[in-house]
Design a protein around this ligand. Structure first.
Ligand code: HEC
Length: 271
């Protein structure tokens, strides 16, 4: 029974961790704002900084949440291996920073104390540490760049990688490359890349870049006879064929126009 409770405690990590991240960042923003606002208004005699009760309360809950998160994280990640090392080390460092910040807060709250600035500095560093820990933790559960990937696709950063490829090495004309980006890639992005892309490369093939599509190792395209290409075969099948792409139930089959565009583009490759 104990082991089940321990396992449960480890898994609470994924719920509890959000509280200290949000609380310590908000506490730091509030206190830093309170510290600099009087200076910005150029008030004559600026009092030394003293922690506010609202900020301190938020920090106290953040500290509690951090202690629980670090403890449950250590239980959860016990056999997580090297993958979790960075997250674990940052988590422990942030935990220590938070404890030091707590100590600084207690000292800063004593009457006549001038320790407010120390507290403020430690609080800010802790907020950054906890935020970074959360960031790398998120990459563990969702994969690197999970949040920003749609933006990268939107602004075409993935294409930037493509332009590094040499046209000559790909043996493709500028016109064919442009057509690929203008008409073909959007079809693949829409219907195929969720399974054949950076997140998941089913059957080891990717369709999110010209270099992968033309990669001889992928063997999807036959330049000498496009109609015999595996890729064309897979998209131009009866809709209930078990080989059709996208697989039945996992997306609409490509339209006749889309298939024709892809065919025509492949034919342009060798001309
Ligand atoms: C829902 C996931 C999914 C989607 C969407 C999808 N595929 Fe696939 N694809 C697979 C899986 C799984 C396989 C391996 C099993 C198989 O060969 O049928 C595969 C295999 C392939 C193959 C065969 C590769 C080889 O080595 O023989 C090609 C070509 C292909 N897909 C092209 C496409 C194209 C083009 C699209 C978009 C029009 C697409 N796929 C959309 C999951 C998907």
């Amino acid at each position: 029974m104990i082991e089940h409770l321990v396992e449960f405690f480890g898994r609470t990590h994924l719920v509890v961790l959000h509280f200290p991240i949000a609380l310590v960042i908000v506490a730091a923003v509030v206190e830093v704002f309170r510290a600099i606002a009087p200076k910005l208004q150029r008030r004559a005699a600026v009092e030394p900084f003293r922690p506010s009760s609202a900020g301190s309360l938020m920090f106290a809950f953040a500290l509690l949440g951090t202690v629980v998160s670090v403890a449950s994280g250590l239980v959860l990640g016990f056999d997580g291996g090297e993958r979790v090392d960075l997250h674990r080390i940052l988590g422990i460092v942030s935990g220590v920073l938070m404890l030091m910040t707590g100590l600084a807060l207690v000292l800063a709250m004593r009457p006549q104390s001038r320790g407010g600035a120390v507290y403020l500095g430690l609080l800010s560093v802790s907020a950054v540490g906890v935020g970074l820990t959360g960031h790398f933790g998120g990459e563990l559960t969702h994969g690197a760049g999970f949040v920003t990937k749609p933006l990268e696709r939107m602004i075409g950063m993935e294409e930037a990688v493509i332009s590094e490829f040499d046209l000559e090495a790909l043996n493709i004309s500028q016109a064919s490359l442009d057509t690929f980006h203008d008409s073909i890639l959007p079809i693949f992005m829409n219907s195929c890349v969720e399974c054949h892309g950076p997140d998941e490369a089913e059957d080891d093939i990717r369709l999110d870049s010209i270099a992968y599509v033309l990669d001889p190792a992928a063997d999807m395209i036959r330049r000498d006879d496009p109609d015999m290409s595996e890729l064309v075969y897979r998209i131009d099948l009866p809709h209930d064929d078990p080989d059709i792409m996208p697989p039945e139930g996992d997306g609409e089959p490509l339209t006749a126009d889309e298939i024709e565009l892809i065919r025509a583009w492949m034919k342009s490759l060798d001309s």
